[in-house]
Design a protein around this ligand. Structure first.
Ligand SMILES: C[S@@+](CC[C@H](N)C(=O)[O-])C[C@H]1O[C@@H](n2cnc3c(N)ncnc32)[C@H](O)[C@@H]1O
Length: 211
């Protein structure tokens, strides 16, 4: 039986002019987390952090999936309206969560047990990358990799010893090249789920420290 998607009934249609409306990529991410429920629960995380939380749907889902009063759920987003939206979704679904407005990650050293990121992965001109508006939801620049490539070098320093990082990509982002980069930082990669949605070949990647 599938775990319920968080209620988003507090949003108006017009809210999605300013924050990312959960779409196929979001729902594939939820399906992947649900598939990983046993592993994630066994991890017994203390700190979970989602980069780019948008509506807050993914972190709220994770919190209901693995629960636990001892777990701190944190989110970041560069778009201030997304921080507010994330808090309202958490509140609406009775989830305690803190939403930070920051670029990518706060400087937490070896602290995060579960890291999530559904990045702006669409191939766009570089000039579209780096806004604080709804455009930041999708604009990924060259190969859709410009934001992704800023995150990859931060992962090793931010993650705790027993940790995991999940990220959404499309085929244009060249997942095998991302795997190679992460391998050089000591992380193995596997594909948890993949799905074709329109012209997007979506994948959910899972990175864990190699033994
Ligand atoms: C594809 S949307 C995903 C939203 C939500 N997590 C979901 O799955 O529906 C990407 C999100 O990343 C945010 N974002 C883009 N660049 C960012 C950055 N440098 N730091 C933090 N958040 C960023 C956007 O504002 C947007 O909310």
């Amino acid at each position: 039986m599938s775990h319920p998607t968080p209620s988003l009934s507090h949003f108006k249609r017009s809210d999605y002019q300013h924050i990312y409306e959960p779409a196929e990529d979001t729902f594939l991410f939820l399906d992947a987390l649900e598939k990983e429920q046993g592993f994630l629960t066994d991890l017994n995380p203390t700190v979970c952090l989602e980069i780019g939380s948008g509506s807050g749907c993914v972190s709220t889902f994770l919190a209901t999936l693995i629960g636990g009063s001892g777990t701190l759920f944190l989110t970041t987003d560069i778009n201030p309206r997304a921080n507010a939206a994330t808090l309202s979704t958490a509140h609406h679904n009775h989830i305690p969560l803190d939403a930070l407005r920051c670029d990518l990650l706060p400087s937490l050293r070896h602290t995060i047990d579960i890291l999530l990121f559904n990045p702006p992965y669409v191939v766009t001109p570089s000039s579209e990358v780096g806004t604080h508006s709804i455009v930041a939801s999708w604009a990924g620049g060259i190969d859709g990799r410009e934001v992704i490539d800023r995150v990859l070098p931060l992962v090793d320093g931010a993650l705790s010893k027993r940790s995991v990082f999940y990220m959404v990509v499309v085929n244009e982002n060249r997942p095998e090249e991302i795997a190679e980069r992460m391998r050089m930082c000591g992380f193995g990669m596997e594909v948890v789920l993949g799905r074709r949605a329109g012209n997007e070949g979506l994948k959910i990647l899972k990175f864990a420290r190699q033994a």
